[in-house]
Design a protein around this ligand. Structure first.
Ligand code: ZN
Length: 296
């Protein structure tokens, strides 16, 4: 499902719930004579008032109170939109709302490519004497994910060798942002690279489905950057585009990598390096052995 299809689904689901409500209202009028009388009189009074005719205001408020009471006792409540941001229109300020992005991503199978964990359930004792450092690191990432978008940090880079908890930490971040109802894509560097390649080699309009969700989701995780092959005119170009656009529109990106910072500079070049390690936007941490060092 692409974004436009997701928007259509959101809009039509809401319309369906409204028409179900309207049907339930008609049914109640059929079954409940008191409600029918009250509802019809109320509609008539409101119509008169709208036309500017003089009406009995006290009568109006009494009918309104009675109507409300019957509706409440019979459970007839108008449906609220599922998304408070866009009111189930799927769009906000001329862009696709995050609810549409989320639905589109959810319709594509297997996009959460890493195991999920909860910050609240991390067992720091496995980190031995470094437990406090890890607690602090996990706590910082948890805070950034909990406060997003009301904080400055947008680009989180966790580097260090295999087996020191980077992917575990990413799994906690994903869970936290999902719990907040926001859209998440978590890809291995390999599958991110595949998307870049598919985008690059497709010539129809559907090709944007490969790239757009990577740019628009609230949190993008690229796990194990550096394990993918560098494809000429593809990997570095689209990786830059994705990271740069996400930084610009203020989306949260988390990258884990075995590479050191110099290796990143050598492999991906200055442009990507400067976006990943922008002092004002980035939170970069290097885990060496089991030592954690803030890298900025
Ligand atoms: Zn929405």
């Amino acid at each position: 499902m692409n974004y436009s299809q997701a928007v259509r689904k959101i809009v039509s689901d809401y319309r369906r719930r409204i028409s179900e409500y309207e049907q339930a209202e008609l049914d109640l009028m059929e079954q409940n004579a008191e409600f029918k009388k009250c509802e019809l009189s109320l509609r008539e009074l409101k119509l008169k008032k709208a036309k500017g005719e003089k009406i009995n205001e006290r009568n109006l408020s009494e009918l309104e109170a009675q109507n409300k009471k019957i509706r409440k006792s019979t459970g007839l409540v108008p449906p609220a939109p599922n998304c408070k941001v866009c009111g189930d229109t799927g769009r906000v300020n001329g862009r696709f709302c995050d609810c549409a992005v989320k639905l589109s991503i959810a319709s594509q199978t297997g996009e959460i490519g890493i195991p999920l964990h909860k910050f609240e359930e991390v067992d720091y004792s496995v980190y031995g004497e470094k437990a406090d450092e890890y607690r602090k690191l996990f706590g910082n990432i948890a805070t950034i994910c909990s406060n997003y978008p009301n904080n400055k940090k947008r680009c989180l880079v966790i580097s260090g060798s295999t087996g020191n908890g980077k992917t575990y930490l990413a799994g906690c971040a994903v869970q936290k942002v999902l719990e907040r109802g926001m859209s998440v894509m978590a890809l291995t560097a390999f599958s991110a690279n595949n998307r870049f390649l598919k985008f690059h080699t497709s010539f129809d309009n559907d090709k944007y489905e490969y790239l757009d969700p990577m740019i628009d989701c609230a949190l993008l995780v690229i796990d194990d950057l550096g394990t993918e092959s560098i494809l000429k005119n593809v990997t570095i170009e689209y990786l830059y585009q994705v990271i740069n656009e996400r930084n610009t529109i203020g989306k949260l990106t988390l990258i884990t990598t075995n590479l050191g910072h110099n290796d990143i500079l050598t492999r991906y070049g200055e442009r990507i390096y400067s976006r990943l390690f922008d002092k004002s936007l980035s939170y970069a941490v290097a885990i060496k052995g089991k030592d954690i060092r803030s890298a900025l």
